[in-house]
Ligand binder design. Structure first.
Ligand code: GLY
Ligand code: MN
Length: 362
């Protein structure tokens, strides 16, 4: 099987001599650096990798990460002073004709360093990188599965922890702590722990509101495991569920089930969104599902593709997406249910397995 680098080059019609990934400082470290090298440890600020059409590559890094870099299956060029970075670029790029860069992640200052080191034509290969990264290989699916297992376990454990009187941020802190105890290196993104009216805002993070009887509580979080990220959402009701809360929850669950049933190779991502949207819009909650149904996950939490009306993608085995319909009613509250799936030859496997029956806590 072709390696990741060869698969990126295969998507390019152009006669590109090399692809250069050049990191700046965090958060401007191109996750494609980790994709190409397969490395897990290390920050790799200011580091780079040059990759060639034959699937070979060379890493440039500093002493800070030299030992980590050596774990990659490729040569490592170690620099001890910043200006040696330009020397490496000059040496590698000077006599090439056409160089590919990842415009989605390259900072303008890093671009200028590449530009200054060669007269070669510079072309954008970001689409080929994103499309290649969107189909996960076996090692990536193993890492994603473990990230999903950690998040699912914590989602189930949290039902015993949450009670009226706790603050949203205390719940968020507990989630992070428990995921780390299970082997996560960090949260996959800022944990969302939103209660009551705050749950009506899909991307609220957490604040100091005290959880009360009658609230929805939306927990949206994920684990970072060997650089791969999971993303799960569960919504619970505190104390006693009203009829309206039950109807909201059951509608979201139905929308998710309808979407999951449709997932298989050959289906357009936008059609899966449409099915979930139709379920919600055929109820009293028409118009309250306000975002795309899902996004790809991988090295990034929004990994470049989506199940959404404005994303043009046809599903293929190995793609990994979230499926996360929601209903958000301002000043009342919101419900979202989110699972992560991998597209298989015949349908999909669900990687997050936490219970999602309507659950009343406290
Ligand atoms: N879990 C946060 C998001 O999907 O944007
Ligand atoms: Mn998500």
């Amino acid at each position: 099987m072709k390696n990741r680098i060869e698969r990126i080059f295969e998507k390019e019609d152009e006669d590109i001599d090399a692809i250069v990934i050049l990191n700046s400082t965090k958060p401007h470290v191109d996750l494609t650096f980790y994709y190409i090298t397969g490395l897990i440890q290390g920050e790799f600020e200011g580091s780079g990798v040059i990759a060639y059409p034959d699937g070979k590559a060379e890493i440039m890094t500093s002493r800070l990460e030299e030992e980590s870099a050596k774990k990659a299956d490729m040569p490592v060029h170690t620099i001890s002073k910043t200006d040696e970075r330009e020397e490496w670029l000059n040496e590698k790029l000077d006599d090439l004709n056409k160089i590919g860069v990842n415009s989605s992640e390259l900072t303008y200052s890093a671009y200028k360093k590449i530009r200054g080191s060669t007269d070669a034509e510079i072309v954008d290969v970001s689409d080929s990188i994103a499309e290649t990264r969107n189909i996960k290989d076996e090692e990536e699916i193993e890492r994603l599965s473990e990230a999903c297992r950690i998040a699912s376990k914590v989602a189930e454990e949290m039902t015993d922890f949450i009670k009226p009187g706790l603050k949203e941020y205390q719940v968020a802190a507990e989630i992070s702590y428990r995921m780390k105890k299970l082997g996560a290196t960090a949260d996959a993104f800022d944990t969302i722990s939103s209660s009551g009216p705050n749950s009506a805002e899909p991307h609220y993070t957490s604040g100091n509101r005290v959880i009360q009887e009658g609230d929805f509580i939306v927990l949206d979080f994920g684990a970072l495991y060997k650089r791969y990220r999971s993303d799960i959402t569960r919504t619970y009701i505190i104390g006693e569920a009203s009829d309206k809360q039950r109807r909201m929850y059951e509608t979201v669950l139905k929308a998710q089930e309808a979407a999951l049933d449709m997932i298989k190779p050959g289906v357009e991502g936008s059609k899966i969104h449409e099915v979930a949207q139709e379920v919600i819009d055929s109820t009293e909650f028409e118009g309250y599902f306000t975002h795309g149904l899902g996004h790809s996950i991988g090295l990034a939490i929004h990994d470049g593709s989506g199940l959404s009306p404005n994303v043009d993608v046809v599903l293929q085995p190995g793609m990994v997406y979230t499926v996360e319909p929601g209903i958000y009613i301002p000043e009342f509250g919101g419900v979202r249910i989110e699972d992560d799936i991998v597209v298989t030859e015949k349908g999909c496997d669900i990687l997050t397995d936490a219970n999602k029956d309507l659950t009343v806590l406290g």
